[in-house]
Design a protein around this ligand. Structure first.
Ligand SMILES: [Zn+2]
Length: 310
């Protein structure tokens, strides 16, 4: 089996074959066992105090919002019950002092891996609906269908499906050294793998070689897939690779990066250990890596600990 990283390993059955049946969705909403996760401004509701857990609520208190057209998504079935996400951004229920709303990035490492994966699904879906209210083909307001997994245009009859944006993220390796970049938006001396969106009309391997060449001037040969990770900010699929660097001279694309640098395997191993032990002080000038939540951390770990090679 493949390795599973944060936001992967969703335990729910998404019930694709049944969710187009509006009567079935309505019957699930009437089930007392069904649970709903209200999200305000894409932040889920969380219990205050004790262990950090998502605040799954009964459907009933939210019925007025649902009937008023708040976006509702069937996340799936599990443990004999249905789980929904609701966009509660506009709801005027009194705030519950026992709960608070926390952003997904902060919350993910604090909750169980299965809940983090469900949360990724919920955040991406609610965000997609909020930003795709009109038919891309004719401009008519579209409506939620198929339990939140489609938007349907009542005018031109087009169906629109939630989008996933594929991103390649890679560690280019040359012997005992690997290439890391420091992005414009990253604090301090935070380095990471190079990465970029795929473009239409290229393979994964071609996208890896293109991105490394564009950002660092390094040409790559062999490309090896390692693992993927859903990244719900807003709805990306991170696809991780090792790439064999054929050249060594770096020419940085200063639009994207402040610098790119070769690091020895030992250095990267130390950076992985420091990042796994806790987020290094962003003000420090010691080169650092993202924490284990990020697939960049995992790619660096897999290469630096010698378990994976190109
Ligand atoms: Zn239309």
């Amino acid at each position: 089996m493949e390795e599973i990283y944060c936001f992967a390993g969703n335990p729910l059955d998404r019930a694709d074959e049944r969710r187009r049946d509006a009567g079935w969705i309505a019957s699930l909403l009437d089930e007392p066992s069904s649970r709903l996760l209200p999200m305000r401004d894409l932040k889920p509701s969380v219990h205050n105090g004790g262990a950090v857990e998502l605040e799954w609520q009964p459907v009933d208190p939210w019925r007025a919002q649902i009937e008023a057209g708040a976006t509702l998504v069937l996340l799936g079935l599990g443990d004999g019950r249905a789980y929904f996400a609701l966009d509660a951004s506009g709801a005027d229920l009194p705030p519950d002092p026992a709960t608070e709303n926390i952003d997904v990035r902060t919350l993910a490492p604090l909750i169980s891996p299965g809940e983090a994966a469900i949360l990724a699904e919920a955040r991406s879906q609610i965000d997609w609906h909020a930003r795709h209210r009109f038919c891309a083909q004719c401009g008519t307001p579209s409506v939620v269908a198929a339990g939140g997994w489609t938007r349907h245009c009542p005018s031109c009859k087009a169906h629109h499906f939630p989008r996933v944006d594929p991103v390649v993220i890679m560690l280019a390796v040359h012997g005992e050294r690997a290439l890391l970049g420091r992005g414009r938006r990253r604090p301090g001396a935070r380095f990471s793998c190079l990465a970029g969106y795929m473009e239409p009309g290229e393979t994964l391997e071609e996208a890896v070689r293109r991105e490394v060449r564009e950002e660092s001037g390094i040409r790559c040969g062999r490309v090896r897939y390692l693992a993927s990770q859903p990244w719900p900010f807003p709805s990306t699929l991170m696809m991780g690779f090792l790439a064999e660097a054929l050249t060594e001279e770096i020419t940085v694309d200063t639009e994207e990066l402040v610098e790119a640098r070769w690091f020895e395997r030992d250095e990267i191993r130390d950076m992985v250990a420091r990042a796994a032990a806790g987020d290094p002080d962003p003000a420090t000038q010691v080169p650092s890596l993202p924490g284990p939540v990020a697939i960049a951390h995992q790619i660096c770990r897999r290469w630096a600990t010698g378990n994976d090679s190109v």
